[in-house]
Each structure stands twice: as C-alpha cells, then as structure tokens.
Design a protein around this ligand. Sequence first.
Ligand SMILES: [Zn+2]
Length: 312
Amino acid sequence: MSNTNPSSLLFIYLMIISSQSVILICKADASNETGLLHRLWPASKNYTPHATLVDNPKKTLNKPPLRGMQPISKGEEFNYLEGTPSGPKNWGNLNPDWKTCADGKSQSPINIDVKRAHVMPGDLKRAYIDAPARLVNGHDNIGIEWLGDAGGIQVNGSTYKLHQCHWHTPSEHKIDGKKFDAELHIVHKNDKGQKAVISTLHTVGQSDPFIGSLTKKINMLGTKEEIDLGKISASSIKHEGKKYYRYIGSFTTPPCTEGVIWTIEEKVRSISKDQIKLLKGLHQRESRQNARPLQLLGGRPIWIFDIPEEKG
Ligand SMILES: [Zn+2]
C-alpha cells in the first residue's frame, strides 16, 4: 500500500463509489426529491424537474421553497432528539425513501482520525462569483441559496456549481474525537447530479465576518421563509487554511444519499457566542440543535492534502 500512488487510490475509490452513488442518487431523486439533503434545488429557478419527479403524484414542486434546506418540513418528519421515535437512529424507518440512513455503508458525519489520513495531492479550486441570493429559513437551520450562476469549485477534475450553504450547531464532524460549536456546509453539484460539500468547523471566539455581514438580515428573517440578499459571492466566506481532509460520505439528513465528496477545512475558524445564538434562535425545533450523530467510517479512507493559499 505504501508504494501506491495516493492519486491512483483516490481515483479508483472514486470510480467505485461513483458507480454506486449514481444509483443511490437517482433513487433518492426519484422518490424523495423534496427531501434531498438540503432540498434546495427544487426551489431554484434553474431547477429542471425530471420525469421521475413528475411521475410521482405525491411530490410536487409547489412545496414551500426551502422548507428544509436541511430537510424537514416543519420539523415533524424527523428530528435530532436521540431516543425519540423520529430521532436520528430511526430516520431510516420513517420513510422507505430514507432507508439509506439506516443501511448505508458510507454515511456522514464521521470522526476524522487525523493520524490515519492518507496524504494526497491537492485538488480543490474555488471560483465563486456574485449572483442573486436569498437567506432562507430552513426551520432546522438557516442558509443561503444562490439563484443564478454563482461559480463553484473544481474537485477531481470535475466542476461543481455552488448551490447553497447552511450552518449546523454544534458541528456534525469531529476531528480526533473533538466536537466543535458550529459547522458551515457549502453545497455544490456537478452536471451529473453528484454533490461536493466543503465544510468549515467553528469554535467559539471572535465573531465570524461572513455571519457578521448577514446578522441584520438574519434578525429580519424571523419567521419568514426567506429574505432577498441581492447579489453576493461565496468568496466572502474566507478560507484561510491550506490543509483539507477529504472522504466520501453522504448527506447528513434524510434521505442520507451517498456518494457525496466531503472536503473539510483543517483550520478551525471562530464564531462568537452571539452568532451561535443567532443561528440557533431560528431553529423552530425543540431540540435547538441540528447535528446528526457520528456514523461508522467502515473501511473508508480519509485523505489529507495541501493546497496553495488562496486569495479571496
Ligand atoms: Zn449540512
């Protein structure tokens, strides 16, 4: 194993995963469109419904937009309260389309065991641009949905367009067993429907400038479903780190679709207590937290790589 080029390993692994994940993604799309991780795409002006969705009379595109950027409609479908009938351990039993939450073999989030991460060459390029966006009250989280071409990222030679970002409090991923106070997920999708998420962990300290720039709007959001943000760029989310972890996982919410490329920034950023409160205050759920418990890593590799410091 030590003589094997890490790039080749990654390539082979991705080929295996993508052949499996396409099936899973198609299945999830067909049967539970509005339940997709962040149920964002149906609300997008760019979204084109596919036949399978139209074929399913139960699913329409007229559901309230983003009622669940992080899937949940008013919170009755599933929750984050351990030991309750709709809690994380039962997600897979609540809906036949969510079976992967229970029997998936590459679920997220996971604990990143740093000493077991394989070193590999870097391959993350960000190229975000200004685009119309709106702040969305997902009822389990808040997030931003971009409505036009907001640029995106390149991972493993494939271009993934930016769709949305949202926060979890506390973090979902752990690093060497340590949980953090918040986690930002920036969700991208390529033209094959495959997803790539960039994750940034936050610990309480100084305020985060990006959330700071949204504070007024978040306060204005209140119980509204959404607020227009005008044109913004995800390049405002500064990335200071050079090191990243990567693994193949899933959506962290039902239907827990697998085949998601996760890229987690090694550098932990700060967030103020008030900002945590602000993000939590909008969860209209009894649990006031929206982090799925850790999932088994199984035999999945975790990679670590460096990229040159980015500007912007
Ligand atoms: Zn998320």
